[in-house]
Every structure is written in structure tokens, then in C-alpha cells.
Design a protein around this ligand. Structure first.
Ligand SMILES: Cc1cc2nc3c(=O)[nH]c(=O)nc-3n(C[C@H](O)[C@H](O)[C@H](O)COP(=O)(O)OP(=O)(O)OC[C@H]3O[C@@H](n4cnc5c(N)ncnc54)[C@H](O)[C@@H]3O)c2cc1C
Length: 473
């Protein structure tokens, strides 16, 4: 039997800058590229609905790039490998590492098992700039504060791996591929949103490249300030592509380093790098504190008297809180599978602090609805917003949804776009329509309680309640 190597695609769905594929391409034996739908093995939460839809389109695209030679399998990874070992003479297996706690545990035991079968097993870093176990404080404990983590921990360490191009030749094993293998995974639910929303994105390697080019050609030069204003559209929009590895963070890092050669100390480029640093920080936290996606990082929050009103949670989910910037954000999420970072912070603060809802309920909703749903970033983001995380926003910092809207969407472009019902309301009252004179509202066709809700809570009272609850800890 012919000797073969197996490249296991996971969250690295690209052919360029893929350390595992690079390594195998140099072994001079045919490669079988596989993807295993292994969600059933997760001892944590299964993947959310939106990100599964993203995965579906990404797998089709990857299969196309591989000339229909992506072997798509489903089940427990160890069982799959046992079957493959019966069919092929496998010399080497390799993959790029993932950092979800269940995957780390599973991969370790799988590696041991495969090695007992006399297979050369290798794993690589394909999705982080620095491995979490290499970035530790002088006393060998993990960082809990972002600034020293990034400045001292990351930037003072050896620079990240240089990205590589797609291997010049890929010797792929010819095998009979099952046409419907990706569709058989049933990643796409029957709801209409699963068909409509993906059309707003180009979910493919070329889509990632296109977004990257648009960002680096212009948007990045107004990133530092522009990233606060959702209607300025000066963020990259790359997060779902980064999440599934259609683009690598090493590529982005070194693209910035190239730009910095001519634009020394450019604050926008440096700021973008620091946001990639926040991603590293989230992964570092998840690696060293694997419970952060389930438990409060700060234990004192375990006694927080959450109210968790189901009817208020529903209104928040549907974007019917009566606070326009919050509602616009929740509509953006439902209609695009994405939400701007500034608005994620506003809707998060509103849920946890004004509605006194446990951050885990918000995290769950984002997990199910975001195309970029990422265990590390989502749990770190929610714990940051809720005040219970490492280096989190202090609990008493409660975003006021009216002034946040006025400050970060001053012309109302973002809010009017996602809430067309308010589109004719003058900016002065866009974020507090109940204060507008009745005839002004009528002229703008805004009828409170009919086509747009009254506020579901009073911001001042709810803020006071939150502060009292916090003091009780
Ligand atoms: C409550 C909450 C939940 C979040 N959930 C997720 C999530 O599930 N998945 C996710 O990728 N991000 C999450 N974030 C972080 C951030 O909002 C998104 O990464 C960002 O909005 C993605 O848009 P972008 O690619 O245009 O970002 P850009 O501003 O263009 O940033 C580029 C990249 O840097 C990284 N990045 C930027 N900001 C952050 C941040 N604050 N924390 C960590 N990494 C960051 C992301 O990989 C992002 O794609 C969350 C933030 C909050 C407040």
C-alpha cells in the first residue's frame, strides 16, 4: 500500500500560511486533507448556529480550492482515525493547534494514541501570534492585566512566525470524494436567515483577501479614532475570517510591520496591532484559566443577585428595549451576523447592568448569532463588559445608552440604518425619542408603544439598582 500523510484542517481553513500543510508538503508523499465534524465530542457548548453556517460555506470553498479533494468526515476523532488506519498506510498526521479546553484535552490523548500506532504526529501554531505557555510573568504565572501582557509579555518576546505562501506543489491523494459530504453535516438550519444573511458576506478565502485589501488600502489609516464610530466603517470586519482561519493573524501582523517601515509609529497601525493583542490576551486567559467561558473570573461575582427576567431578555434579543442604539445593535446582529465592537460594549453593558442579567445569557446569545463567535474572545468580551473578568471594565462604569448613542453615532447613520422606523427623527432626539415633542414624533411617523417601544427600564433607576447590587457583594 502507498504511504500517505494526513493534514487535519480545523480552524485553519486556508492553503497559504498553514504550518501543518507546509510541513506535510515537504515529506514527498501524497497528502489526504481531512476535516472532521467533531462537535459531538465537545464537553463544552456545541457550536452556535451562525458560525456553523459560516463553516458550511467555508468548507465548500476550501473543497473547491483543493479540487474537490477535501475529505469531510463526522464523529469522534479517534474513531475516525481508527477507520482511516484500516484503509490507508498512514506515515504522518499533522494539524494546527486549537485552544478550546476540550480540544486541548482530546488532542493530547489522540496524539498519544496515534503515536502508539507508529505514526509521526506533529502539531503547529497556526492561529496565534504567541503560544500562551510562552507568555508568562517573570514569576512564571500568567498575566491578568492586558497592558503588561502585551507590552512586556508579547512585544518583548521573540517576534511571531513569518507567514508563508501556499506550497508550490501539493501532492494530493486521488480518492473518490462523496459529493454530498459537506451538506450531510446539516450545518445550515432551515430558517430563512440562514439563507439570507450569508449573501451579505463573501464567505471564502477570496472574500477574506478582498476585505483585508480594502482595510489595508484605506480604512486602517483612520482606525484609532474611526473604530469607535460604527457608521464610519473603519474597522476591518475580518473577525469571522480570522475565527475560521481563512486569514492568519501572522499575515495581518506582518502586513502592519511592512506598513510601519514607511509610516513609522503610525498610531492607527499600532492601534490595530494592539487589538490583535487583545485577541492574544483572550486566548491566553482561556488557556491558563479554562473555566472563563463558564465561571466568573472574579469569584466575588458568584454571589451577584442577578434578576434574569425572561421577558426583558427576550426584548433585548429582539432589539425592542426602547433604547435606539441598543436596538440598532441587536438588529445588526440578527440581520448581518456581526456587531460593531463599540455597540457590543453598549448592548452588553445594558443587558448586564441595566437589566441585571447574568453575562452568560448574553454570551449565549452572541455565541449563537455571531459569525465570529469565538470561545476566547466572546467569554473575555462578556466578562470585560460585566465587570467580572480579568482587567475588566469596573462594575460601576455603566454605559448610558443615550449619551453613548449621541457621542458615537452623532449623525445617527448607524442607528437609522438598522432602525428605519426612526429614520426621520431629528438627531437631537434620536437616542431619546420619548423626549421629542409629540408633533415632531408624529411628523417623523414615530408612534411610541405602537411602531417603536417605550424604554423597558429607566436608565437612571436601573443604574442605581445595579450599583446597589454591586455594593452588596
Ligand atoms: C461582549 C463582547 C463579545 C465579543 N465576542 C467576540 C467573539 O465572539 N468573537 C470575536 O472575534 N470577537 C469578539 N469580541 C471582540 C470584538 O468586538 C470583535 O473582535 C470585533 O468587533 C470584530 O470586528 P472586526 O474584525 O471588524 O475588528 P477590528 O477592529 O478590525 O479588529 C481586528 C481583529 O482584532 C481582534 N479584536 C479586535 N477587538 C478585540 C477585542 N476587544 N477582543 C479580542 N479581540 C479583538 C479580532 O480578531 C478582530 O477581528 C467581543 C467583544 C465584546 C465586547
Amino acid at each position: 500500500m502507498q504511504k500517505v500523510a494526513i493534514n487535519w484542517f480545523r480552524k485553519d481553513l486556508r492553503l497559504h500560511d498553514n504550518p501543518s500543510l507546509d510541513y506535510l508538503s515537504k515529506l514527498s508523499i501524497p497528502i489526504i486533507n481531512i476535516f472532521i465534524w467533531d462537535d459531538e465530542e465537545s464537553t463544552e457548548k456545541p457550536l452556535g448556529g451562525a458560525t456553523k453556517v459560516w463553516l458550511y460555506h467555508s468548507l465548500h470553498d476550501l473543497n473547491k480550492q483543493l479540487g474537490n479533494k477535501l475529505m469531510v468526515l463526522s464523529g469522534k476523532a479517534e474513531n475516525i482515525y481508527v477507520d482511516l488506519l484500516k484503509k490507508y498506510q498512514i506515515k504522518a498526521i499533522s494539524w494546527n493547534r486549537c485552544y478550546e479546553p476540550w480540544r486541548i484535552k482530546r488532542d493530547k490523548s489522540l496524539k498519544k494514541f496515534l503515536e502508539t500506532q507508529n505514526i509521526q504526529v506533529r502539531s503547529f501554531n497556526g492561529s496565534l501570534l504567541w503560544e500562551p505557555w510562552n507568555i508568562l510573568k517573570k514569576d512564571s504565572t500568567p498575566y491578568k492585566v492586558y497592558s503588561p501582557f502585551f507590552k512586556r509579555g508579547c512585544l518583548d518576546s521573540a517576534p511571531p512566525r513569518q507567514p508563508t505562501k501556499k506550497p508550490k506543489t501539493l501532492n494530493l491523494l486521488d480518492f473518490e470524494n462523496k459529493k454530498s459530504a459537506i451538506d450531510d453535516l446539516k450545518l445550515v438550519p432551515s430558517q430563512s436567515w440562514a439563507k439570507i444573511i450569508p449573501r451579505k458576506w463573501n464567505i471564502s478565502g477570496s472574500g477574506a483577501n478582498e476585505k483585508k485589501n480594502i482595510f489595508f488600502n484605506s480604512k486602517i489609516f483612520k482606525y484609532k479614532n474611526g473604530r469607535n464610530f460604527p457608521s464610519m466603517n473603519s474597522v476591518s470586519g475580518l473577525s469571522p475570517y480570522i475565527n475560521w482561519g481563512q486569514i492568519s493573524v501572522n499575515e495581518l501582523w506582518y502586513k502592519c510591520q511592512d506598513l510601519l517601515k514607511t509610516k513609522k509609529q503610525n498610531v492607527d497601525i499600532l492601534h490595530f496591532l494592539s487589538e490583535l493583542g487583545w485577541r492574544e490576551f483572550s486566548y491566553n486567559l482561556l488557556y491558563h484559566f479554562p473555566q472563563i467561558n463558564i465561571n466568573n473570573f472574579q469569584k466575588k461575582f458568584d454571589n451577584f443577585p442577578w434578576i434574569n427576567s425572561e421577558s426583558l431578555i427576550k426584548k433585548w434579543q429582539k432589539g425592542e428595549t426602547g433604547y435606539p442604539i441598543v436596538d440598532a445593535g441587536m438588529k445588526e446582529l440578527r440581520t448581518t451576523g456581526y456587531m460593531h465592537n463599540r455597540v457590543r460594549m453598549i448592548v452588553g453593558s445594558f443587558l448586564v447592568k441595566n437589566l441585571l442579567v447574568d453575562w452568560r445569557r448574553g454570551e449565549e446569545w452572541f455565541w449563537d448569532n455571531l459569525f465570529d463567535a469565538d470561545m476566547a474572545n466572546n467569554s473575555a468580551g462578556w466578562q470585560w463588559v460585566g465587570g467580572s473578568g480579568a482587567d475588566a471594565a469596573p462594575y460601576f462604569r455603566i454605559f448610558n445608552p443615550i449619551t453613548q448613542g449621541q457621542k458615537f453615532d452623532p449623525e445617527g447613520g448607524y442607528t437609522r440604518h438598522f432602525l428605519p422606523v426612526l429614520s426621520k427623527l431629528p438627531s437631537k432626539f434620536l437616542f431619546n425619542p420619548w423626549d421629542a415633542p409629540t408633533d415632531m414624533r408624529e411628523q417623523a411617523s414615530v408612534f411610541l408603544g405602537k411602531n417603536y417601544p417605550y424604554p423597558i427600564v429607566d436608565v437612571k433607576d436601573s443604574r442605581q439598582k445595579a450599583l446597589e447590587a454591586f455594593k452588596s457583594l
